[in-house]
Structure formats: C-alpha cells, structure tokens
Design a protein around this ligand. Structure first.
Ligand code: URA
Length: 185
C-alpha cells in the first residue's frame, strides 16, 4: 500500500488512458483524509477538471449544501473522491477500461482513509464498488456490510439536478447516512 504522497504522485504521473492526456487537472480527492465517512462519485466534470477538486460544480454544490444541512462538513466529517481521477470527454460515463485502470488508486485511498461508511453516488460508483447486480432505483438507501465497511448507494447529485422527483429520496438517503454516522462514528 502506498502512502498519500506516493499515491498522489502516481496518479499525477498516470497516463494509462486517453483521458489522462486530455485532462487539465488530475482530480484526486478532497476532505478529511482521516474521516470515517467516504463518498465516491463517478469522475470529474468540467469544473472539477479546471480546478482540480472533486464535486465543486453544480452537482457538487448541491451535495455539499445538503450535507451541511445535515451537519456533515467536508473539512471535518468526510472524504470525497471519484472512481476516475480524470475527466472523460463531454462528461460521458467512464468506460470499463478507464474505471479499471483507476480502481487500484481508489482502493489505495480507501485503505489509507479507513472509513467505516462508504456512500456510492450514482450507478458508476455502485457498479465498480458493489457489482453489476445492483440497481440505483431499486436498491438506493439499502445498507450492505462488506469487508468491515457499511456501504450504501444513492443517486448521483447530477441526477437530482435533472429530475426534481428524485430529490426527496436523495434527501432520505443522506439522512440515513447521517443516522449511521451518528450511530457508529
Ligand atoms: N461528478 C462526479 O461524479 N464527480 C465529480 O467530482 C463531479 C461531478
């Protein structure tokens, strides 16, 4: 297992995929690296690629605000990162090869943070963390205990921006995360 600096440097010098050659910034992760709560999204969007920080665009702001309302703050309570560290062109879903090239970095991040709770944001995070058999609309809000982690899944915040009817369920899922956090962390 690499320590933070070596892991960061490895990501920075990674050009395994085409999107690595096209990025403006590698988007590593943000928040408290010792947090007991970890959120995992899909891949950086345009704002994240420009700034180099995950979840700072519209979807990220929505998530950050919702979590602040639940008294969960990025600097203190959680760490947040993505399946892929580089932005796929036109915000497409990362392809299997891109996700698989990047997963060892994520596994190393998880090993370093040692969270008790992992929240998968959206279908891509769900697929590569939990597997193909899960479905966001059917399984969101469920809790799975695996390898010592409590894992749950919910909509990606960009889905909430597109479809207002998902807002209530998203909020319920985040409240469930808050309850679990208060219970075990
Ligand atoms: N969407 C993601 O999945 N991650 C980000 O960092 C930004 C938008």
């Amino acid at each position: 297992m690499l320590q933070w600096k070596d892991l960061y440097d490895d990501c920075l010098s990674c050009y395994k995929c085409d999107i690595g050659n096209k990025r403006n910034n590698m988007v590593f992760g943000d928040g408290n690296p010792k947090a007991k709560l970890m959120f995992i999204g899909e891949a950086p969007g345009a704002d994240e690629d420009r700034i180099g920080v995950p979840f700072v665009g519209k979807a990220g702001q929505l998530l950050t605000k919702a979590l602040i309302a639940l008294n969960l703050n990025r600097e203190k309570d959680y760490y947040i990162c993505n399946i892929c560290k580089c932005r796929p062109d036109n915000n497409r879903t990362p392809c299997e090869e891109e996700a698989k090239n990047c997963l060892p970095y994520l596994r190393n991040q998880v090993a370093l943070v040692k969270p008790r709770i992992i929240v998968c944001l959206g279908a891509t995070a769900m697929k590569y963390i939990l597997g193909d058999q899960w479905k966001i609309t059917r399984d969101r809000g469920k809790w799975i205990e695996r390898k010592g982690f409590y894992i749950t899944l919910t909509f990606h915040p960009s889905a909430i921006l597109r479809d207002d009817s998902k807002k209530r369920l998203f909020w319920e899922d985040l409240k469930s995360v808050q309850r679990k956090y208060n219970e075990i962390c």
